[in-house]
Design a protein around this ligand. Sequence first.
Ligand code: HEM
Length: 125
Amino acid sequence: MLTPYERIGEEKLIELVDTFYDFVKDDVNLAPLFPDDMGETKRKQTQFLTQYFGGPSLYTNEHGHPMLRARHLPHPITPKLATAWLKCMEKAMDVIDFPLDIREECFARLALTARHMVNTPEEGD
Ligand code: HEM
């Protein structure tokens, strides 16, 4: 059985991350959280998603244990921002023709991770 990483392939994964952050940059709520230069953000996310989808442990090798929730604590992530993040991912998957047979499974997993990053209640709640 191929891993999702092998099904997607390195080239498409890079394309996914590039396209995803283009949508993030265009999202009025998400954009202010990110640096102007997304080069390093993209590089880390590509390393992370490589291992998340079953490829080599590129992120851990360079940065140590992901501890994703802890690394996101400096950023106030509301449920609405998690939804916006996932919408960008969904649109990026559309644009790059993410392999259909594993798309639902991969997106569902990303959705769980995104919900796990929520660390701030919705404004007004
Ligand atoms: C880093 C926002 C969900 C993976 C970051 C950064 C922000 C952010 C602002 C710092 C960027 C920088 O300074 O370069 C968010 C928001 C999310 C979210 C608003 C909504 C739920 C996720 C998810 C994943 C993820 C679901 C993984 C599937 C990462 C990684 C980094 C990162 C790997 C780099 C961490 C590092 O500094 O080593 N995120 N994120 N994020 N995010 Fe997220």
